[in-house]
Design a protein around this ligand. Structure first.
Ligand code: OOB
Length: 537
């Protein structure tokens, strides 16, 4: 990669400390898979879509794909936008990219044309790697449209095509092992600004979080992890996720969809022991469990995170599903907190866990002054540590605001810290809507709305929702001539090619912002005032 803002490294003395502590072990993902294949050989690594691959098989496939990618002209350090659903191929493809030194940019299956174009253009991607038609969407066609618009994109690779099958049959070859302290991939930020930021994660830092996650979640070789949420997301990827399962020698089961019918069938058939979901999905499973005929007795742990798990839901999970609840509060930028198996009931039900590493530094500060608040008081969460980034990819200006001068990441979350060091998430100070775990940046949706010729101004806020926790509500001011309707604007946003979860749930067309009279000067203040108004309504 080129340029100084691709990856902001940890200061050398801090990096030395993380190495000395054994957090960073100087091992690449490819090397990690090699050693897992030696150790767990014929044990089942991944199951899904009628396929069942052992660790040996997975390793061999990853070697062939790596060789194929190199033969296809991809060079170490280049980026590839990757958009794959929960299929077993996800794993050999990702490890193949890693072995070739190529950086996947982890798009979600829900992302559409405008998002993929941004990921490709911003990362300067050389290729888009995806599937054909999946869940009625032609991903290959979208990828080709992106390739036609973004100069850097030289090719589109489609898993399942004859061309890709050939690529995946390439004879393996010796490839240089990437630098474990270098960037391995780019994750997407939930975002609070106009366009999602890219998060550079290294082999060393990510593997540390994976190992610790697997240990904290007590994964063993006979564990079976169900990947219910889209695996490219940081949570099902690494908390403890499919990578944690691999690390422990456990089996990953890829669920094509997260609904209770599909998940319960797979839990019964594969004797799943652990999985991770977002709160609305946990609520749906709790409801469905009351009438299911499926045998869920193998399930030991349900992780819930991505959004706040309310007390009432937390209390229902154990009795309804016959398993232990483990709360997880994490972010693609790094920090991951878990409740622990030996935490008391109050802690498990009422907090979102404590940091994974003893070297995670936590500051809870007054959002206005930046001073640390008194113990037990609510404040803005700042964090720094061995697997939390020091800067976004090519985002110099944004980094200046998102990180403190001494390298703490401003999470935008409001938390309270208990004497035991557990965090309770009590709110948010960022311009983001958490729609049942799916993150929507207010400004991004406003920009789409404002692209409509009849829209003078728009402000997007969260409204409480009994199922999703929050939904999006867009306040829209039309130009003098325009007459706009909600359905028309929703269709407009959708046809601009964005993930369905970003299309505003509610649209209020108003003559002027009902609160501008109160002297709102910034969009931020306006959003705060509108959110309060929307809550009242
Ligand atoms: C996970 O990662 P992201 O990057 O999609 O979103 C991070 C944000 C956090 O800053 C916080 O605002 C929210 O999601 N969040 C929670 C939460 N877990 C995440 N808010 C309240 N309670 C929770 N338990 O969402 C993510 C990454 C790794 C593991 C788990 C979740």
């Amino acid at each position: 990669m080129s340029g100084n803002h691709d990856h902001i490294p940890w200061p050398p003395d801090v990096a030395a400390r993380y190495r000395a502590a054994g957090h960073w072990r100087g091992q690449s993902f490819g090397a990690a898979l090699t050693s897992l294949a030696h150790r767990y050989a014929e044990r089942t690594a991944v199951v899904g879509g009628g396929r069942r691959w052992s660790f040996t098989e997975l390793d061999a496939r990853a070697h062939r794909i790596a060789a194929g990618l190199v033969e296809a002209g991809l060079a170490p350090g280049e980026r590839v936008v990757l958009q794959l659903p929960n299929i077993p191929e996800f794993l050999p493809v990702v490890f193949g990219l890693w072995r070739a030194g190529v950086l996947p940019v982890f798009a979600l299956p829900a992302h559409r044309h405008s998002e993929l174009r941004h990921f490709a253009a911003h990362s300067g991607a050389a290729a888009v790697l995806t599937v054909g038609v999946h869940e009625r969407h032609d991903h290959a066609a979208t990828a080709r449209a992106v390739a036609a618009e973004v100069d850097s994109v030289r090719q589109v690779l489609v898993v399942g095509s004859a061309e890709f099958t050939d690529l995946a049959a390439t004879a393996p070859r010796e490839l240089p092992d990437p630098d474990p302290e270098g960037v391995a991939f780019l994750q997407l930020s939930g975002g609070s600004t106009g366009l999602p930021k890219l998060i550079p994660r290294t082999h060393d830092d990510y593997l540390y979080s994976v190992r610790e996650s697997a240990r904290i979640c007590a994964l063993r070789p006979d564990s079976v992890y169900l990947a219910a949420l889209p695996v490219a997301h940081n949570y099902p990827l690494s908390s403890p996720g499919v990578l944690g399962a691999l690390h422990a020698g456990a089996t990953t089961v890829m669920a094509p969809r997260p609904d209770a019918d599909t998940a319960f069938r797979l839990i019964e058939e594969e004797r799943v022991t652990i999985t991770g979901v977002v709160p609305p999905l946990a609520a749906a499973w709790v409801q469905a469990a009351a009438r299911t005929e499926r045998d869920l007795s193998s399930l030991e742990v349900l992780l819930v995170g991505g959004a706040k798990c309310g007390r009432e839901l937390a209390e229902r999970i154990g009795p309804a599903l016959g398993c232990r609840l483990q709360q997880v509060f994490g972010m693609a930028e790094g920090l991951v907190c878990y409740t622990r198996p030996d935490d008391g009931e109050e802690t498990v039900l009422g907090t979102q866990g404590r940091p994974l590493s003893p070297d995670d530094e936590i500051r809870v500060v007054d959002p206005d002054t930046g001073a640390e608040v008194a113990p037990g008081r609510t404040g803005a969460l700042l964090t720094r540590g061995p697997y939390t980034i020091r800067g976004y990819f090519r985002a110099e200006e944004h980094n200046a605001a998102a990180f403190t001068p001494d390298g703490f990441y401003r999470t935008g979350d409001l938390v309270r810290r208990t004497p035991s060091g557990h965090l309770e998430v009590v709110g948010r100070a960022k311009e983001q809507i958490n729609r049942g775990g799916e993150k929507v940046a207010a400004e991004e949706v406003e920009n789409h709305l404002m692209a409509h010729p009849g829209v003078l101004d728009a402000a997007v806020v969260a409204v409480p929702d009994p199922y999703l926790g929050e939904r999006t509500c867009a306040y829209v001011v039309p130009t003098a001539e325009a007459s706009l309707t909600g359905p028309e604007l929703r269709t407009f946003v959708r046809t601009r090619g964005v993930a369905a979860f970003k299309v505003p749930d509610l649209v209020r067309v108003v003559e002027r912002f009902p609160v501008t009279g109160v002297g709102k000067t910034s969009k931020r203040e306006l959003r705060v005032a509108l959110a309060a108004l929307a809550r009242e309504e």
